[in-house]
Design a protein around this ligand. Structure first.
Ligand code: FAD
Ligand code: NAD
Length: 483
């Protein structure tokens, strides 16, 4: 007889493992099915985020940032460290250890919360049945009162540059280079292109980013995107906008392999040669061999599992969350959806506030935003006030010799309610979180202005931007002074 569960979760990425843990905390008998295994056939938990996404990319970003600091910034502080060099295999090894620690942590959390981890590929074969095929092809069946699908996403590949994970790689391959490529091409100036392009540029690669769109970071506030383009160009990233890749050819053998890339831009046909090429043109939902058609779970026009605001599919008892459904492909969005689904199964009224999903690009400086940007407010015809504060006027940023960027806050002109905040600067992700909380509580810019901030701290820039919204900033001239 099939094992009986209250909830079977498919996928142990951030959406799935969080959903499973919360379900178990709420008293449901829960299993989480994950097909990822390591070279010794041991189950691997944590999904893209922990294994090939958020965590390993941040580990390499942190190492490469320290390398840049040691090379260029120490001297400004009077520290003489001599000639520094990078040991790429040691850097990659450290990254693997961080990943292993965290994935092992998820296994510990499953054990502690009594979630049954089931190794194998799960397929929804009926509205209350999941068939699991293990790595030896053995099939078992789990019966479930409720099923939560959290199967995640995979990189998109494009015909002109087929991935071989040697010379032409996706984001996973770009986390595993054994040496710094001399010339690195990146297709796509999105989040992955900028983060991983930055890693290898900081370590000495000559990096060219080919972006098909004419606009840089179209989802970001224009003023912030302009500042980012200026800073990244100064850091050595050669970002070519309006560059459409049409073909590629790998030549050479062994360590001498390289790739010739053809692309067109406003000046016509162009060619470039790279030692490695990263393709980072977005990700797509992963639904391969996941759903038996007899069950009738609907997909949308982009192949995502169709869900409502509470992550319910069209089939009662089947839910889906994370990258496999609509909305931004972000770990924190998936985790909150996982919690929401679990709590709704326990009859709680939990909701995800999709208007306040923070976005972060972990370059240096970091770029982070939440809510509406200036262009969106203009387009919606909303009357707003803006407050800007540059880190160049922050005592703490200057003390750290890390003063590029600014905080920009937007508030309703009539009510003063904060409508959005964009930050480019040191620790932007952590600084932004203060405003995400403030916006959850419908705060006004004045509320932030009347709050006491520790001195000297980077967060004073957020305080001053809030004061600037109403023309009261103390440490910078105000564009419009209001009483
Ligand atoms: P996933 O993490 O993709 O997990 C899905 C899991 O389901 C996988 O383990 C998969 O093996 C498993 N699975 C799939 N099908 C089946 C099946 N049939 N049976 C059993 N198991 C199955 N997001 C951020 O918020 N911040 C970041 O800094 C960030 N950095 C990133 C950097 C990179 C390089 C990449 C690639 C992504 C990054 N992301 C980041 C995005 C983030 O990784 C994803 O949004 C997040 O992992 C999605 O979580 P998920 O649980 O929906 O899916
Ligand atoms: P993305 O959507 O951020 O960027 C892809 C870029 O590639 C876009 O600018 C797009 O215009 C460009 N592009 C598309 N097709 C192209 C082509 N043929 N030639 C040249 N350029 C082309 O996607 P990504 O960077 O691959 O990241 C995938 C997902 O992973 C994102 O949705 C993001 O949410 C998530 N992610 C998040 C973080 C983070 O939160 N810090 C980090 C990495 C990844």
């Amino acid at each position: 007889m099939a094992d009986q569960y209250d909830v079977v979760v498919i996928g142990a990425g951030p959406a799935g493992y969080v959903a499973a843990i919360r379900c178990a905390q709420l008293g449901f008998k829960t299993a989480c099915v994950e097909k990822w295994i390591d070279e010794d056939n041991n189950p691997v938990l944590g999904g893209t985020c922990l294994n090939t996404g958020c965590i390993p990319s941040k580990a390499l970003l942190d190492t490469s940032h320290k390398f840049v600091e040691a090379q260029h910034d120490f001297e400004v502080h009077g520290i003489k460290a001599g000639k520094v060099s990078i040991d790429v295999p040691a850097m990659i090894d450290r990254k693997r250890k961080v990943v292993k620690q965290l994935t092992g942590g998820v296994a510990g959390l499953f054990k502690g919360n009594k979630v049954d981890g089931v190794s194998g590929a799960g397929k929804v074969v009926a509205k209350d049945k999941v068939e699991v095929t293990d790595h030896e092809g053995k099939k078992t069946e789990l019966s479930a009162k409720n099923i939560i699908i959290a199967a995640g996403s995979v990189p998109i590949d494009i015909p002109p540059t087929p991935i071989d994970q040697d010379v032409i790689v996706d984001s996973t391959g770009a986390l595993e280079f054994s040496e710094v490529p001399k010339k690195l091409g990146v297709i796509g100036a999105g989040v992955i292109g900028l983060e991983l392009g930055s890693v290898w540029a900081r370590l000495g690669a000559e990096v060219t980013v080919l972006e098909a769109m004419d606009d840089f970071l179209p989802a970001a506030d224009r003023q912030i995107a302009k500042e980012a383009l200026k800073l990244f160009t100064k850091q050595g990233l050669d970002i070519k906008l309006g560059a459409k890749v049409t073909g590629s050819k790998i030549s050479g053998k062994g360590a001498k392999k390289s790739v010739n890339v053809e692309y067109t831009d406003s000046e016509g046909e162009q060619k470039a040669q790279f030692d490695k090429l990263i393709v980072a043109v977005g990700r797509k939902p992963y639904t391969e061999a996941l759903l038996d058609s007899s069950v009738g779970v609907e997909l949308d026009e982009r192949g995502r599992i169709k869900v409502d605001d509470q992550c319910a599919t069209n089939i009662p008892g089947i839910y889906a969350c994370g990258d496999v459904v609509r909305g931004p492909m972000l770990a924190h969005k998936g985790m909150e959806e996982g919690v929401m689904v679990a709590e709704r199964l326990a009859d709680k009224k939990t909701q995800v506030n999709y208007d306040l999903v923070p976005s972060v690009i972990y370059t240096h400086p970091e770029i982070a935003w939440v809510g509406k940007n200036e262009e969106e407010l203009k387009e919606a015809g909303v009357d707003y006030n803006v407050g800007n504060f540059p880190f160049a006027a922050s005592g703490r940023a200057l003390a750290a010799n890390d003063s590029d960027g600014m905080v920009k806050m937007l508030a309703d002109a009539k009510t003063d309610r904060i409508l959005g905040c964009q930050i480019i600067g040191p620790s932007a992700a952590d600084l932004l979180q203060q405003i995400v909380i403030a916006m959850e509580f419908s705060a006004s810019a004045e509320d932030i202005g009347l709050t006491m901030f520790s001195h000297p701290a980077l967060s004073e820039a957020v305080h001053e931007a809030a004061l600037a919204v109403n023309g009261h900033a103390i440490h910078i001239g105000n564009r419009k002074r209001r009483k």
